[in-house]
Structures are given as C-alpha cells and as structure tokens.
Design a protein around this ligand. Structure first.
Ligand SMILES: Cc1cc2nc3c(=O)[nH]c(=O)nc-3n(C[C@H](O)[C@H](O)[C@H](O)COP(=O)(O)OP(=O)(O)OC[C@H]3O[C@@H](n4cnc5c(N)ncnc54)[C@H](O)[C@@H]3O)c2cc1C
Length: 481
C-alpha cells in the first residue's frame, strides 16, 4: 500500500496538518495512524471509579484522535495578541513563538497564529479572550512579582474546557473523514523503513487484528507528542536521526483554594510565573493553571503514571491547580534526560503503590509524610480521589525539591496564601520532550522525506503551537510536491 503522505500520531499537530492539506487540495491520499481510538470512543474510567485503572493497551487521556488535546483543559494561548506600552515594552502576551523563531519571522508566526486561531473559532471555540480586561491590575501584579525576581507573563487565552475540547475535536474528526483523510486507529507504528538515508514507509502493528504490515510513502511526518517522546528517542538512536540533547521538566502539581488565586484567575485565567530561585538559579515556572479545576492522572509508556490537571467549562471545583516545573538541563557526560525523568517517575510511582502521591506543603516543612487521616481534616481537599498520601521528598531530588520550595515562598510574597501549609503537592508531574530532533527550515529531519512536528520532537509545548506546526507543515509539503 502506498500513500502520498503518512502521519504518525493524531494529536492537534497532525489534525491541523490534515485540515490544511484539505484546504490546499492535497488531502487525497493521506494516512494518519494512531495507537489510540476515535475521539468519541475515548473515555477515562477514573470519572466513574475514582482512580486510574491504567487502560490497556493505551491511556485514553493521551492517545487517540486529537492526542493529549482531547482531555486537555483546552487553553489556547493567543501569543499573537500582545499588548504594548507606549514605550513599546510588552506587558501582556508577547509573541515569543517558542522554537518557531528558528524557522520563521515574527510576522509569519503572527499570521500563522491568527489563521490557526480562526480555525478553532470556526469549529466552536469560545470567542471570549481571557486576560485582556484588567490591564492595570495585571500590571500591578507584574510589578509586585518583579520585586521578588519573578516574571509574571500573561497571554490572552481562549478556554475551551475539557468537555468542549472533546466536542470541538469531534467536529474536526468528522471534517477530516468527510474529506477523505484516511484515519487508522488502534495501530502502533513500530518502526520506520529507511533506505539510503531516505524514508520509504513505516512498519505497523494493528492492535485490533494483531496484524503486522509495511506501509509505504516517500513522506512521513512524525507527530507523536510527549506520549511518543521515548519511542521517538529510541527510533532516532536506532536510525541515526540527528538529535540535540534536550531537557526534561520535572516537578509537581500544586492545588490550593480558588480564593487564594482569585485575582490571577479573574484577571488572567492563567498566570505564568517564572523564577530562578536561590541557590541553584534553575528555571522554575508555573504551567497549565486550572481555576476551579480538577487534578488528573495519565498513564505513559512503561506504565508510568503522571499527574496533570484540567478544568471543565461547566463543572467546577473550589480549587485551582497548576504545575510547578523545574527545567533540568544536564551537562557532560550525562545525556539521557528522558531516562532521568523516567527514573524519578518510577520511584515516585513505586512509593505511591503505582498511584499519584499527594503531600501537604506543611508536612514537607515539618519533615514528615502525609497520612490519609491528615487529608480528611485538611482545609484543601484533593480533587484527585485516587491519589495516595505519602512523602514526595523520597522521590524528588534535593535540587528539584529545593527549587520548588523556594519558588513557592517567592510566589507567596505576590499571592498571599500560596505557601499555606494545607496546600497540596502531587507528584510526579514530568514533561518529557524527546532529545530535540534536528530539523531544517522545512521541519525535515536528517533523513530525506522524514519530518517531525509537535511536542514530541521538542518543536512545540502546547495546543496552539502544535496546531500551528501542523498548518505550517501542510503548506511546506504542498509546496514541495
Ligand atoms: C490533561 C492535559 C491538559 C492539558 N492542557 C493544556 C492546555 O490547557 N493548553 C495547552 O496548550 N496544552 C495543554 N496540554 C498539552 C497539549 O495537549 C499538547 O501540547 C498537545 O496535545 C500536543 O500535540 P501533539 O500533536 O504534539 O501531540 P499529542 O497531542 O501528544 O498527540 C500525539 C499522538 O501520537 C500518538 N502516538 C505516539 N506514538 C505513536 C506510535 N508509535 N504509533 C502510533 N501513534 C503514536 C499518541 O497516541 C497521540 O495520540 C494538556 C495536556 C494534558 C494531557
């Protein structure tokens, strides 16, 4: 079987690639492959049974149509809508464009973001933009943060909400099907077929009929997300695809009362604090803030269970959750950030009996573990019901833990109550990015015809940019045909 294009993965980067190919009239003989299920068949049993049951063969939260986007909080960062002071300094948003700056000019990135944002709107995203109304209040918080050597970044944000994200991606799935994009579900891509430094296809294992097959194409796009980061690393090593040593973000999910976060939640929806606390000066940041949200668990390769968080548009808790992540960059001779992160996750999983572990901040300060009894009487009640009370300090390194605790103290000086002893830390929260795949201007790897987009290869780190990468990839491919 030969296709014009094979895409590995059906996350937002792949979905938007297929969408744009249809617009360009190039979507006739295209195949998307994912190990997970169609979006309408993806359900997480945790909602009913209260704990992660480790769905087999693949986690429904991270795999299937729309990838990690399906159960995400659906916060779309509108980086292009930056607001500037009279002197030209940016106080809201700011098109940093992430790694995209290496591949495009700023105005190209802005156009791409505007175009992609409009696709989301066309398929039902809420037109409301959070973070654009309380400019003076935001500036005041930013000034307070800078006194603590913290940067408080605020982007205008659209919030889909988990249940609405599901519906939106469902509409996109129908659109792709109606326009004859081939979607192959519950199928793993096991390996690439490469001859004379040129890709010629992929080797697949269909999980529904247990069949192994070779499928051919001169163009293959890898869009495997963080879920596929470990697989991608192995594939790159095996096939001598050039990579650069990447980083891994290790930390915790923090849960605290909405009322503590009320100003940030109201003015910005998501406030991104970035700091470099003493003594290590590592980059520590808050990420993926979910007002009135829920902490969740997801299962990765090798059965690793990681914590995450999301929020619904309608169903609400009284807690806000957010990630506190420490960037780990290793230096010579160590060059295995993914393995390091996996080891941390494995240890914490074992310590928590294969569940997510939760500990009160005050117990860490007091040098003791948290017990189930302590949680019952705690003023902050965990929204992740399957989490097991324990001691995170056994599993997170001294440096990581110190970074997190110092950072919490710093943020407390901006947001009173941020360091309340009853606040909860869940672990492990780890963002795996494969060793960064070396790409040329056209997102092509060192193998002819093999491309890489989205979070997996380290090109993007969120829904909006992953979707933009897909649109851009489609335009590149249609020009090169
Ligand atoms: C709970 C949660 C909340 C989030 N909230 C937000 C948010 O509010 N805002 C935001 O910007 N981002 C959020 N994110 C992150 C966001 O979902 C990702 O940045 C985005 O989905 C990345 O898109 P992608 O296309 O790169 O990969 P993914 O969405 O990760 O998709 C990759 C797909 O590839 C498939 N795959 C991998 N390897 C193989 C293989 N070998 N064979 C076949 N298939 C394979 C996987 O099954 C998966 O479906 C959240 C993520 C989670 C889990």
């Amino acid at each position: 079987m030969k296709y014009d294009l094979i895409v590995v993965g059906m996350g937002p980067s792949a979905v938007f690639l297929a969408y744009e190919l249809i617009q360009l009239n190039k979507g006739k003989n295209v195949l998307l492959i994912d190990q997970g299920k169609p979006v309408e068949k993806r359900t997480c049993p945790m909602e009913k049974v209260g704990k992660c049951v480790g769905c087999k063969p693949y986690c429904n939260i991270t795999c299937g149509f729309s990838g990690a986007g399906a159960f995400s909080d659906g916060k779309l960062n509108s980086y292009h809508l930056s607001l500037k002071d009279k002197d030209g300094s940016i106080y809201l948003g700011g098109n940093d464009g992430g790694y995209f700056k290496k591949y495009m000019t700023e105005s190209e990135i802005c156009d791409l973001l505007t175009y992609t944002d409009n696709i989301y709107l066309k398929f039902g995203a809420d037109p409301k933009l959070h973070g654009t109304e309380h400019i003076d209040e935001i500036k005041e918080l930013q000034a307070k943060a800078s006194k603590q050597n913290l940067t408080l970044v605020s982007y205008p944000i659209r919030h889909l909400g988990t249940e609405k994200a599901h519906i939106l991606y469902g509409k996109l799935e129908k659109y792709l099907k109606d326009n004859h994009i081939n979607l192959l579900y519950e199928t793993e891509v096991k390996d690439l077929m490469i001859e004379n430094n040129k890709v010629i296809g992929v080797k697949i294992h269909n999980l529904t009929n247990d069949k192994y097959e070779d499928i051919y194409s001169d163009k293959v796009v890898l869009a495997v997300g963080r879920k596929g980061a470990s697989w991608l690393s192995d594939i790159c090593t095996k096939n001598k695809i050039k990579t650069k040593i990447g980083s891994v973000d290790i930390g915790i999910r923090y849960e605290l009362p909405d009322k503590v976060m009320s100003k940030i939640n109201e003015y910005m929806y998501e406030g991104k604090f970035i700091g470099r606390p003493f003594p290590y000066r590592d980059k520590v940041r808050t990420f993926c803030q979910n007002p009135s949200g829920f902490v969740s668990a997801e299962v990765y390769d090798n059965g690793l269970t990681l914590v995450n968080g999301h929020s619904y548009k309608d169903k609400k808790s009284t807690n806000t959750n957010l990630a506190i992540l420490v960037s780990h960059h290793f230096t010579y001779p160590f060059d295995k950030p993914i393995e390091y992160g996996e080891n941390v996750a494995q240890n914490l999983n074992r310590l928590g009996g294969n569940a997510i572990m939760v500990q009160r901040l005050g117990d860490i300060y007091r040098g003791r573990r948290t017990w189930e009894e302590d949680l019952k009487n705690n003023s902050v009640q965990p929204t992740l019901k399957g989490a097991v009370a324990g001691d995170l300090t056994y599993g997170l390194g001294y440096r990581t833990m110190t970074d997190i605790l110092e950072f919490i103290k710093d943020v407390d000086k901006v947001v009173e109550g941020f360091a309340n002893p009853d606040n909860l830390l869940y672990g492990p929260e780890i963002k795996f990015y494969s060793n960064e795949v070396v790409l040329d201007k056209n997102f092509m790897t060192s193998i002819d015809g093999l491309y890489s987009i989205g979070d997996g290869g380290g090109l993007t780190t969120g829904l909006m940019m992953a979707s933009c990468a897909g649109v851009k990839m489609a335009r590149i491919l249609s020009q090169n045909k």
